[in-house]
Design a protein. Structure first.
Length: 114
């Protein structure tokens, strides 16, 4: 069993920054891909950013140039640096990991005030 625990969410004014962290623990055989998704009230869950074990990344168009995803493979941790936050970024941010099986975290709330 693998657990993903997110941290770093909060309430910030527009234009500010936050850094999210997600640590995987438990019986980890391998993790190939880690990502951050988000879900706002009344909206579908969407991919924000992802990173493969080799370091290649992908981003949603809405966050390109503002968000940066990174990972520490040795510690099975993924980060999301979020700069120039906008009210539209308000959502629950969920950590995702895959490596044969798929794992989800419980989510951390990010609220950006205008």
């Amino acid at each position: 069993q693998v657990q993903l625990v997110e941290s770093g969410g909060g309430l910030v004014p527009a234009g500010e920054s936050l850094r999210l962290s997600c640590a995987a623990s438990g019986k980890i055989f391998r993790i190939d891909y880690m990502a951050w998704y988000r879900q706002a009230p009344g909206k579908q869950r969407e991919l924000v950013a992802g990173i493969a074990s080799g370091g290649s990344t992908n981003y949603a168009d809405s966050v390109k140039g503002r968000f940066t995803i990174s990972r520490d493979n040795a510690n099975n941790t993924v980060y999301l640096q979020m700069n120039s936050l906008k009210p539209d970024d308000t959502a629950v941010y969920l950590c995702y990991a895959s490596g044969g099986l798929v794992y989800w975290g419980q989510g951390t709330q990010v609220t950006v005030s205008s």
